[in-house]
Design a protein around this ligand. Structure first.
Ligand SMILES: Nc1nc2c(ncn2[C@@H]2O[C@H](COP(=O)(O)OP(=O)(O)OP(=O)(O)O)[C@@H](O)[C@H]2O)c(=O)[nH]1
Length: 309
């Protein structure tokens, strides 16, 4: 049986995982090559690792509001205090040009009379990217390649809560193609599908920020959400979209408003608050869209629903 420290260290250095061993106080007593390399590649000071305290580093991150640091600290302490046998944490660690995820694993072992804790960080990016792809497919409308209704529902709720917390305005527009049945009847369903794809491609160009989305609301109806955007700002964007959709010059010769494709829009804006329900906003946008349709189509009807105290 080989009982050589160097031999065992060399074995650990061959592992792609980053391995660090800490004692009960959080002092780092061993790191492998994977840890050293990761630190160097990511500009962390690994040179003086013997002087570092893993628990202090996690605590510092947690105190700075880092949620992952806080969860890691809690988990490691739970293992140190023997409240659980092991701790696992999946977390993102994206670099500027690459998406990355890691799995942290903490397990204890006893050496002589003392306990030590092996903390490994395994790169799980490949699996996470595959999961993201599956998730994306579940959220995307097959025909138009933009988000579907299900994703819109969850996004709106998230963005609503964020804007409510930050006291920021939120705008929501429902866009319905005018006389789309006539377009289908005149040029065929396939041409109708092509039209829906072209419209979606334009909407995509106007939803670039993380707080914006466009989605297919149903049939020939689309929805746009703009976080931190008031009625005035949203109206400018919607007018630009309407103009660009006109520029597509998609034939709909039997349509009354125009011989080329037009749209009707209901646009509602509000600063989310407790006295206003998210469903009311969607209903209000729908009512405004109905108003635009009954007023002759090819129109944008907008309303600012912000409650003034
Ligand atoms: N080609 C195609 N047509 C669709 C799709 N989904 C819904 N439609 C059609 O969209 C049409 C919608 O018709 P209506 O609800 O009467 O609306 P409209 O003709 O646009 O009339 P207004 O809304 O009053 O302007 C129907 O003919 C549906 O069959 C789709 O994925 N592809």
């Amino acid at each position: 049986m080989l009982d050589d420290k160097l031999f065992l260290k060399l074995v650990l250095d061959t592992m792609p995982e980053q391995v660090v061993v800490i004692n009960k106080e959080g002092e780092m007593v061993f790191i492998n090559k994977g840890w050293q390399n990761f630190g160097e590649e990511n500009d962390c000071s690994c040179g003086a690792w013997e002087k570092e305290n893993y628990l202090f580093t996690c605590k510092k991150a947690a105190d700075n509001g880092d949620e992952i640091g806080e969860r890691a600290l809690k988990g490691i302490n739970a293992v140190i205090n023997a409240e659980q046998e092991a701790f696992y944490l999946e977390y993102p660690c994206h670099s500027d040009d690459e998406k990355r995820w890691f799995m942290m694993r903490v397990v204890p072992f006893k050496y002589s009379t003392d306990f030590y804790y092996v903390i490994t960080h395994q790169n799980i990016t490949e699996r996470k990217l595959a999961e993201e792809e599956v998730q994306k497919l579940a959220n995307i409308d097959g025909l138009t390649d933009i988000f579907n209704r299900g994703y819109f529902d969850s996004f709106l709720e998230q963005e609503w809560n964020r804007c409510k917390r930050l006291n920021m305005p939120l705008s929501l527009a429902l866009i319905d193609l005018d006389d789309f049945k006539l377009l289908n009847d005149t040029y065929g369903h396939q041409q109708g599908d092509e039209c829906l794809k072209q419209v979606a491609a334009v909407l995509k160009q106007y939803t670039k920020r993380p707080s914006d989305i466009c989605a297919r609301f149903g049939g020939e109806e689309f929805v746009l959400v703009y976080g931190n955007t008031n009625s005035e700002q949203a109206t400018i964007i919607i007018n630009a979209i309407v103009e660009q959709l006109k520029q597509l010059n998609i034939c709909n010769e039997r349509s009354l408003p125009s011989k080329t494709l037009t749209v009707s829009v209901g646009l509602a804006s509000v600063i989310p608050c407790n006295s206003y329900k998210i469903q009311n906003m969607v209903k209000e946008a729908d009512d405004l869209l109905y108003k635009a349709k009954t007023a002759g189509k090819n129109l944008v009807c907008a309303a600012d629903l912000t409650v003034v105290d």
